[in-house]
Write a protein that binds this ligand. Structure first.
Ligand code: FES
Ligand code: FES
Length: 171
């Protein structure tokens, strides 16, 4: 008797069929399938490094089983590259030097992207600090990350159209 099960899911728009143990976490199953993201840190739900989007909601992929993701739509930060909000975040992270080793960054961007896409009412530094409080960074000291988040939040508040894809230009 085997506890291996077959699941199907979409990873960054690509359909995947995975054979997983009933006890395999989603993060490990995605790694076994060849995905470089998410990365793993604590594997205990503390550091947030494994954060990804599942059916439009961020979660820690070390805390859920792969079988719970059967038929789910999964996005890592690689799947958000066409998002105008992510592009603003990428630019702001570079401008403010909001990363050093980069290990936390993909998950940090997922969390920030979800927050900014929710059109938050409070875009203060304190609000940004609370948003990323579940994503640990051992390098930056957080101030640069907060600077980047607040800058993008302020820009989107001034011009919400910056969150929309730009219309294609003439061919
Ligand atoms: S690796 Fe999942 S929260 Fe740390
Ligand atoms: S940039 Fe190194 S852990 Fe955050």
């Amino acid at each position: 008797m085997t506890d291996t099960q077959q699941i199907t899911l979409t990873l960054n728009g690509e359909a995947k069929t995975l054979k997983v143990s009933a006890r395999t976490h989603l993060a490990d199953a995605l790694a076994d399938a060849g995905s470089s993201l998410p990365v793993l840190g604590c594997e205990h739900g503390v550091c947030g490094a494994c954060t990804l989007m599942m059916d439009g909601v961020s979660l820690r992929s070390c805390l859920i089983l792969a079988v719970q993701a059967d038929r789910a739509d999964i996005q890592t930060v690689q799947g958000l590259q066409d998002s105008p909000v992510l592009q603003l975040l990428n630019a702001a992270f570079l401008k403010h030097q909001a990363l050093q080793c980069g290990y936390c960054t993909s998950a940090m961007l997922i969390t920030a992207h979800e927050w900014l896409n929710s059109q938050p009412g409070d875009i203060s530094r304190q609000a940004a600090r609370e948003v990323i409080s579940g994503n640990l960074c051992r390098c930056t000291g957080y101030e640069a990350i907060i600077n980047a988040l607040v800058e993008v939040a302020t820009r989107l508040r001034a011009d919400p159209m910056d969150s929309q894809p730009k219309p294609a230009g003439p061919a």
